[in-house]
Design a protein around this ligand. Structure first.
Ligand code: FES
Ligand code: FES
Length: 212
């Protein structure tokens, strides 16, 4: 332990010096200058997408997710933001025939892509068969997860038709069975907090059955 005459700075002195230095910095530095400078430096880039069959051009901060581009810039609010962390599937959209979580991908990564959201699948007057089946089988309660569920189900039916196996397929070379187990596995990335799962499986099963 240091003696009282030790030349080393004491802990108390160090705190006093540190506080004085912090006060000097805060009194001399213009606090508002930093955000203003960084806002001016936001990198924007042009992006062209085909969204629900229409050509759209955007000028975006390169850090914008596809989800925010759709909701905040194109005002297609059918696609929902649930967790914003790739965990709930509420933001599922179809990009070039594959379903993806729009919250997990930057919009600028999809230059020239074809994006389909729930608005592009059907209208209240002319519903997509899966939309009609969800209504018929009561496949939702609050409906927040439903656009993502339906976009995901569109991709699942396509996967099954193309013979793409899943984690629970017993034969990787045969066409997947239309079992509840298959559908539950393939839809497992779409969480429904209302617990409408069995009705969702019924709705998808009906549409899948009508296509075989
Ligand atoms: Fe994208 Fe939850 S909002 S996965
Ligand atoms: Fe409410 Fe699925 S219907 S979260």
């Amino acid at each position: 332990m240091d003696s009282p005459e030790s030349p080393l700075i004491s802990r108390r002195d160090a705190l006093i010096v540190g506080a004085a230095a912090a006060a000097a910095v805060s009194s001399s530095a213009p606090v508002a200058a930093a955000p203003a400078a960084s806002a001016a430096a936001v990198p924007l880039t042009k992006l062209s997408l085909k969204v629900n069959g229409q050509d759209r051009t955007l000028e975006l901060d390169t850090r914008t997710t596809l989800l925010d581009a759709l909701r905040e810039h194109l005002h297609l609010t059918g696609t929902k933001k649930g967790c914003d962390h790739g965990q709930c599937g509420a933001c599922t959209v179809i990009v070039d025939d594959r379903r993806i979580n729009a919250c997990l991908t930057l919009a600028v990564m999809h230059e020239g892509a074809q994006v389909t959201t729930i608005e592009g699948l059907g209208t209240p007057q002319r519903m997509h068969p899966l939309q009609a089946a969800f209504v018929k089988h009561d496949g939702y309660q609050c409906g927040y997860c439903t656009p993502g569920q339906i976009c995901s189900a569109v991709a699942v039916l396509d996967e099954i038709q193309r013979g793409v196996p899943s984690h629970v397929s017993t034969d990787l070379t045969a066409r997947p069975l239309l079992s509840a187990e298959e559908l539950r596995e393939r839809m497992s990335g779409n969480i429904c907090r209302c617990g409408a799962y069995s009705n969702i499986v019924d709705a998808i099963t009906e549409v899948a059955g009508s296509r075989t």
